[in-house]
Write a protein of this length. Structure first.
Length: 327
């Protein structure tokens, strides 16, 4: 009965294979799922723009990592093991977190940090103060690219070719880049005297107004702050020199136009950087905002006798130009 023996042998082999496959599948199901990366999101505050950014990060990254949110006083007061990545939202969160990490023992020394919703100057100042570090650091900053700001001036004020800037402590490092981007568009940069104290703001401003026909305001807290803003805008209005600003708040207060990124836009870009890190690509270089909006003060435009497109058309034109400039 050789044929019968062969059939029985084959049946036994199939049964053994099926049993083995079943056991493998059962073992796989019984094993715990692979641990997700642990990401802490440290917020400068639990409301306002910080909460808006946090909501975007939660919606974008939920399910891709184990997320934990909180302000420094709550989130950093912990005996838990280090997370695999820390995202800070706002300047206070970045400063506090970086200082806190520097005081921890060695196990915290290599936790990477991705900062967001802060000016480039705040990020650079803290990194320069800390010196060399083994820690991976990057940021999605609020500062608009200078090329975009010059393109805004060229589009909105095509007949205003002399662009004034006040060189404060946070602005002076940008002067060579400002000159380069201005010359690419046949604009001339008018640089005021160095401003290293509040008392020097208005003499420098008066000097700039003698030659410039548009003032480009850049994020420099010594020059542009809550105490000085109204006086600067009033002086510019009297000099008939429109202000191109970096914040919608400034436009509401009396600047002509601004290009800026919303917390939601910055949050989406930050989530993309985290997603790239989760995929093993590391942290990207420091990035300016990719997405942006434009806001126009039509009352100021009318008072200065300027014909200005609506904000959506201006933003669309800038985005189209940038898309065409990419290789």
């Amino acid at each position: 009965m050789p044929c019968l023996r062969v059939v029985k042998a084959r049946t036994l082999t199939v049964r053994r294979f099926v049993t083995h496959l079943f056991l493998v599948c059962l073992l796989a199901l019984s094993l715990p799922a692979a641990a997700k990366e642990r990401v802490w999101v440290v917020l400068s505050a639990e409301d306002g723009v910080h909460a808006e950014t946090a909501t975007v990060l939660r919606n974008e990254l939920e399910g891709e990592a184990t997320l934990k949110f909180g302000v420094p006083g709550k989130l950093l007061d912990t005996h838990e093991p280090p997370p695999t990545l820390i995202v800070t939202v706002g300047t206070v969160a970045f400063d506090t977190t970086y200082k806190w990490l520097s005081e921890r023992h060695a196990i915290w020394g290599h936790v990477p940090v991705l900062a967001t919703l802060l000016p480039r100057s705040a990020f650079d100042a803290r990194v320069a103060e800390a010196g060399r570090s083994a820690r991976a650091l990057s940021a999605v900053v609020l500062d608009q690219p200078i090329s975009r700001q010059m393109a805004l001036i060229e589009h909105v004020l095509p007949n205003r070719l002399r662009v004034g800037v006040l060189p404060g402590p946070q602005t002076r490092p940008l002067l060579s880049q400002l000159k380069k981007q201005a010359s690419l568009r046949d604009l001339r940069l008018v640089v005021g005297s160095p401003v290293d104290s509040p008392e020097k703001v208005y003499p420098a401003l008066k000097e700039v107004f003698e030659s410039a026909d548009v003032l480009l305001a850049l994020p420099d807290s010594l020059i542009y702050n809550g105490s000085s803003l109204q006086n600067i805008l009033l002086a510019s209005y009297r000099a008939r020199v429109p202000v191109v600003a970096f914040s919608p708040t400034y436009v509401k207060a009396g600047a002509l136009v601004a290009v800026y990124a919303t917390p939601t836009q910055v949050g989406r870009q930050t989530a993309g950087a985290v997603r790239g890190w989760l995929a093993g690509r590391g942290l990207p270089p420091v990035q300016p905002p990719r997405e942006f909006d434009v806001v126009v003060n039509t009352h100021v435009a009318k008072s200065l006798g300027l014909q200005v497109d609506d904000a959506e058309r201006i933003a669309a034109a800038l985005k189209k130009a940038e898309a065409g400039a990419r290789p």
